[in-house]
Design a protein around this ligand. Structure first.
Ligand code: FCB
Length: 463
């Protein structure tokens, strides 16, 4: 008989990132980040928003700590704003930035909340663009300085470290399609950026381990299982190819297997060689340093074969699921079974690597109703479905150590601005008022009991 109990010590938490919630972009000596300048360019952000105010979390950090603790969450994933620590990208470290995160971490620990600290959640200091941002190999040294400064200050009390958030998304949206900062559109640049992000993980992990031997260091990957649109061998090859591009290109080197040969061949065909970017010995600088793998999971990709052409460097395309599927308000298919299969696959392909769900969540636009509450039933269903999937993977042997929901708060969703709402907690941006959604209340109950309800739960009170 299956119990719906999670393993003892399982981390229940929620996640955010600095630029998406903090605001206070000029406080305490912070330097500009690539997102400040990108968001200031007309047309880059839906609705024209930016991170200048967001959830006001830099000033109201104690409110956030109370919220996390009040929900009974045992873990909180947040990121350290890179340009608050190294305002010019290299050299001078700003102690006021470190003071802020030290206060914050101490407050979490005082409330028995385990901090899960992300270093690079995309807000690279603007000054580093002089050398191409992540395209320049010097970005690896710059990132290592950042990792060292934060580990020097917090290595004695933060035990869970995430070096990089979503290398593929940085490479794809930041450097291939130009939809995120710094807005570059160049396939070769994107391969270089992705490679340097991975080298940064390796070098960053080394400096953290040297300063904090008990630290557990990982990288958070955006993993999208790729399914074929049909059983036609061409579609099967498309799904396999896309899996190389999105998932294995990052998973394999991180977990010590080097870059996958099939995707290497696709890049060589598209770019005529990678030797000027990926040097002999680089694989050894990336692999073998991850104490766990961060899994960010949102949906799957359904793939079909296609001719490469302008805007399509590889022989595949996303066609999406056929038939009537459940979707979030952003149109993404709700596919919890793919999360279960992904976790089991990771367990088989990379045995011995603990897995942490570092992000999982959905856009639902619910806002307060007549009673002042947010009845986001679809997020409750999403949450329960995905937690069941995690539980099934655990039953099948996967070593999953925690689940961090994206996100604690509605926040600045990058190029989509403030429209998509991912939070367990609703944010009324003009007034700053927070309302714990029904999903937040249900999640608090699950976190407190470590157990999933068998039937649709009633919504418990909060506070
Ligand atoms: C991920 C990002 C996170 C948030 C969610 C919705 O790709 O890591 O910051 O934007 O998607």
């Amino acid at each position: 008989m299956t119990t719906h109990r999670f393993p003892p010590g399982f981390l229940w938490g929620a996640a955010t990132s600095a630029y998406q919630i903090e605001g206070s972009l000029d406080a305490d000596g912070r330097g500009p980040s690539v997102w400040d300048t990108f968001a200031a360019r007309p047309g880059t952000i839906e609705g024209g928003g930016d991170g200048s105010r967001a959830c006001d979390s830099y000033r109201r950090w104690d409110r956030d700590v109370e919220l996390v603790a009040g929900l009974g969450l045992g873990a909180y994933r947040f990121s350290v704003s890179w340009s608050r620590i190294l305002p010019q990208g290299r050299g001078r470290v700003e102690p006021r930035g470190l003071d802020h995160y030290e206060r914050f971490v101490d407050a979490l620990l005082a409330r028995d909340v385990t901090p899960v600290l992300t270093l690079n959640h995309w807000d690279m200091p603007e000054a580093l663009l002089a050398d191409g941002g992540w395209v320049g190999r010097s970005s690896v040294d710059a990132f290592t300085e950042f990792a060292a400064a934060v580990a020097d200050r917090l290595g004695d009390r933060v035990h869970w470290w995430i070096t990089q958030n979503e290398p593929w998304i940085i490479a794809l949206l930041g450097y291939q399609l130009g939809l995120h900062a710094p807005g570059v559109r160049d396939l070769r640049a994107s391969v270089a950026a992705g490679h340097h992000v991975l080298l940064g993980h390796g070098a960053g992990a080394d400096v953290i381990h040297a300063r904090a031997p008990q630290a557990r260091v990982g990288c958070a990957l955006s993993l999208f299982p790729c399914d074929p649109a049909s059983d036609d061998p061409a579609d099967l090859a498309a799904a396999r190819g896309s899996d190389g591009y999105v998932n294995r290109w990052y998973l394999d080197p991180l977990l010590g297997d080097g870059y996958p040969a099939d995707m290497w061949a696709h890049y060589e065909r598209a770019l005529g060689g990678l030797d000027d970017i990926i040097r002999p010995g680089d694989a050894e600088l990336i692999g073998g340093r991850s104490d766990f793998l961060g899994v960010n999971y949102y949906t799957r990709r359904v793939m079909a074969a296609a001719q490469p052409g302008p805007g399509r460097p590889f022989p595949w395309r996303v066609v999406g699921p056929s038939g009537d599927v459940t979707r979030t308000d952003e149109g993404w298919e709700v596919a919890p079974d793919s999360l279960r299969d992904l976790l089991i696959r990771l367990h088989h392909d990379h045995p011995g690597v603990p897995l942490m769900i570092t992000e999982n969540g959905a856009v639902y636009g619910d806002t307060p109703t007549h009673d002042g509450l947010v009845h986001d039933q679809r997020r409750i269903d999403f949450l329960l479905g995905h937690l069941r999937a995690v539980h099934q993977a655990v039953d099948a042997g996967a070593d999953v150590v925690g689940y961090l929901h994206w996100s604690l708060l509605d926040n600045f969703e990058w190029a989509l601005g403030y429209r998509p709402r991912f939070g367990l907690v609703h944010v009324d941006y003009p007034s700053g008022r927070l309302t714990v959604k029904d999903s937040g209340r249900v999640y608090a109950r699950i976190a407190a009991t470590g157990q999933l309800p068998d039937t649709r739960p009633t919504v418990p009170p909060f506070g």
